[in-house]
Design a binder for this molecule. Sequence first.
Ligand code: ADP
Ligand code: MG
Length: 252
Amino acid sequence: MAIPATRYPSSAAEARAAAEELGLPLLVKPSEPIGFRLAFQRQAFRCETLAELDDAYAKAEPFVPMLQEVVQGSDSALYTVGSYLDRSGEALGVFCGRKLRQTPPGVGTCRVGESLWLPDLVTSSLELLRACEYVGLSQVELKRDERDGSYKLMEINPRLWQWHTLSDACGVNLPLIAYRDLTGDPPSPCTSEGVRKRWAITLLAGERTVFPRPPYVEAVFSVRDPKPGLVHLARWGLKRLRALKRTTRSAG
Ligand SMILES: Nc1ncnc2c1ncn2[C@@H]1O[C@H](COP(=O)(O)OP(=O)(O)O)[C@@H](O)[C@H]1O
Ligand SMILES: [Mg+2]
């Protein structure tokens, strides 16, 4: 499986040399993502120039940064294979889909996603997991490089992912599959092949509201569990109100 070209410099000078070798734009990503995200409220720095790289490397240095080629293409080129592999390596559940939109765009998290079955991607992702002797739930994320059409590995998340409820809506309830396998009652294998559905965060403070064609899977609002949706709605309303006040104050 192809991966984006990646270097692990241990000084600012090595980072510059790596950037000259790889070419720009580049991503500076932390090896220790949690502290980095708390410090900078983002997952990576995108650098278009060597000056930006120097600055990003200096900021990221405490978090053991790596330099990575930017896989070219829009956010809708980000594909996900979510699965549950049992101890013998059999896939008891497989979902395949892609993001349609991220927030913020470029390096972000899913805002709108859809199920879409790509057999070759499913095969290569499961092969990769089996080669790692991986057992359990996971998400393999890949990006299609528009320069040559190849799929490059973004990451393997050894857990459920943000928009996994779309998998359930497509008939692949991964947490239930895991539970049943671990309690000695494994279900027969199932996949999301042939099911086309969407998932979205409809309301997000500071961003345009999105309404994919219904019925779609809403990220937060649920009749069965209304509290998170109500809290989300209240926060969204408050932020809108504050923004409105700011605009009327600056206009006055
Ligand atoms: N090399 C890359 N080229 C293009 N986009 C990338 C690259 N690395 C990460 N991204 C973008 O950033 C997002 C988050 O990166 P990821 O490695 O998944 O970080 P996290 O572990 O924080 O989710 C990806 O979904 C993708 O959109
Ligand atoms: Mg990710």
